[in-house]
Design a protein around this ligand. Structure first.
Ligand code: NAD
Length: 486
């Protein structure tokens, strides 16, 4: 049986307590590894190692050498590409095609992109007039923030973790990562890559475990941590924000969403169906930007619904490496219970189930997995649970609308403000939506088309701060103003 240990100061180490937990494949519930659970002792050691690296070789390293090493991490991931794909697929159950096209290449790109990016970001400089007329010059320098705690979720494990670790290391910080307890594999593999490419000991540390009263809580409350970057549920974000208040540590929070897609009658329906199939059902509906509310202009409502239903019914659930499989399971039985409770609430509140709504019959040992049917509902009021709350499953409610102003009001009527997609061939309307939808990220005639130079994050309860491009530098570095009086 595989054993996954912490990665502290460049070494794989077990827990002092001897405590472990199980890592199971959600496709068939088979045990794939036992994982060491970190406590206060392991978090203390990891934070101390990160501090020592910051004050030692890593902190003193010239930027060009540091960025060269960060680039090599990307090369190191790509050199072990198939291993990373398999590890991610076993932990999550997602199809190989998805991990091979999204999770792993984008995980590697998070290092190469920021290694190139940070060296080209200028700081400001001002000539300041003084009373004695000699003048002064002010200029900014960016310094690493210090030891960064990275707490990440299970839905895109390597991608979302490296989205933080990449810019953190490029800016000269050191990190202690607490990956999700559901998906410990790729964070552990990344430790091997760090050693292989020569990242100094203590720069990248991983402590496995859970949230409350476990590694997550101990890490986010640790006084030796200078900043906390978190991706996960809004409720957890609120707990972490409280922990960060002690010691006035800054946070970067990427949280939940209840994202709308708006389909206007002038949209190209082939593109709409292809886009909505991805935005609702990719990764079994477990992406923060997934659409869970679709608003369709009345003249094309019936056509949209019947075409989406046919496309959904053609999805092929199956094992990650099975030919033609296009859909994996949910992450766990626990999560499936939560999603099924929403499926039940939808029916109890009067939904028409267009397709799905239950558990599919899976062959052989897959019957023990956390499989669920992709589901479409219609007919619910806007205050129904599955229209208001984040389900995080392969499902959506489809609602007709008649006027642009009405759909904007419905789309914005949510405590979340993460993302939205709009489908229209009308350019003026596309720009109006860009002004009116209260979200951090809006896609027109696309979904999750990312340019890493642009900002990434959510409004309202979907997050605090922006990562991506120069925006991430606001969190991963501190700007210092130097004023020189002539
Ligand atoms: P989660 O909040 O349950 O867990 C995320 C991480 O936080 C895990 O590593 C967990 O162990 C840790 N954690 C939990 N409680 C903690 C505590 N009290 N203190 C410290 N750490 C704690 O989220 P999840 O279920 O892993 O992920 C799904 C959620 O993440 C969804 O709400 C989704 O929308 C959100 N998400 C947001 C984005 C984004 O970019 N905005 C991206 C992906 C996922």
């Amino acid at each position: 049986m595989k054993e996954i240990k912490h990665f502290i100061n460049g070494e794989c180490v077990g827990s002092d307590s001897g405590k472990t937990f199980e890592d199971r494949n959600p496709a068939n519930n088979q045990l794939i590894a036992t994982v060491h659970e970190g406590g206060q002792v392991e978090v203390d050691r990891a934070v101390a190692a990160a501090r020592a690296a910051l004050e030692g070789e890593w902190g003193l390293m010239p930027m060009a050498k540091r960025l060269d090493l960060v680039n090599k991490v990307a090369e190191g991931i790509n050199a072990r590409f198939d291993e990373f794909v398999e590890a991610e697929c076993l932990d999550t159950g997602k199809p190989r095609a998805l991990a091979a096209h999204v999770d792993i290449p984008r995980g590697a790109a998070n290092f190469s992109f920021f290694a190139d990016h940070v060296k080209n970001v200028a700081t400001e400089s001002f000539f300041t007039e003084t009373l004695d007329s000699t003048g002064a010059i002010n200029y900014g320098v960016r310094k690493p923030r210090g030891v960064i705690a990275v707490v990440s979720p299970w839905n895109l494990p390597l991608l979302l973790m490296t989205w933080k670790v990449g810019p953190a290391l490029a800016c000269g910080n050191t990190v202690v990562v607490k990956p999700s307890e559901e998906t410990p594999h790729t964070a552990a593999l990344l430790g091997e890559v760090m050693n292989d490419v020569g990242i100094p000991k203590g720069v990248y540390n991983v402590v496995h475990g859970f949230g409350p009263a476990s590694a997550g809580e101990y890490l986010t409350r640790h006084p030796g941590v200078d900043g906390i970057t978190f991706t996960g549920e809004s409720r957890t974000g609120s707990v972490i924000m409280k922990a960060a208040a002690e010691g006035i540590r800054p946070v970067s929070l990427e949280l939940g969403g209840k994202n709308p897609s708006i389909v206007f009658a002038d949209a190209d329906m082939d593109k709409v169906i292809e886009g909505c199939m991805r935005s609702v059902f990719i990764n079994c509906g477990q992406v923060c930007f997934n659409t869970e509310r679709v608003y369709v202009e009345r003249p094309v409502f019936d056509e949209f619904l019947s075409r989406l239903k046919s496309a959904v019914e053609a999805l092929k659930p199956g094992l990650w490496n099975a030919d033609g499989s296009t859909m994996g399971p949910l992450i766990s039985h626990e999560h499936r219970n939560k999603v099924l409770s929403y499926y039940k609430k939808a029916v109890d509140q009067g939904a028409t189930v267009v397709t799905g709504g239950g558990i599919p019959k899976m062959p052989g040992d897959l019957a023990d997995g956390a499989w669920i049917e992709p589901t479409i509902w219609t007919g619910l009021p806007e205050n129904a649970a599955v229209v208001r709350e984040e389900v995080f499953g392969p499902c959506c409610h489809v609602q007709p609308f008649d006027h642009e102003a009405d759909v904007v009001r419905m789309a914005n009527d949510t405590p979340y403000g993460l993302g939205a997609s709009v489908w229209t061939e009308n350019l003026s309307r596309a720009h109006r939506m860009g002004q009116q939808l209260d979200v951090g990220m809006l896609w027109v005639n696309s979904w999750f088309l990312r340019d890493l130079r642009t900002s990434f994050g959510g409004n309202k309860q979907s997050g605090v701060g922006r990562e991506g491009g120069v925006h991430g530098l606001e969190f991963y570095s501190e700007l210092r103003n130097v004023c020189i009086n002539f």
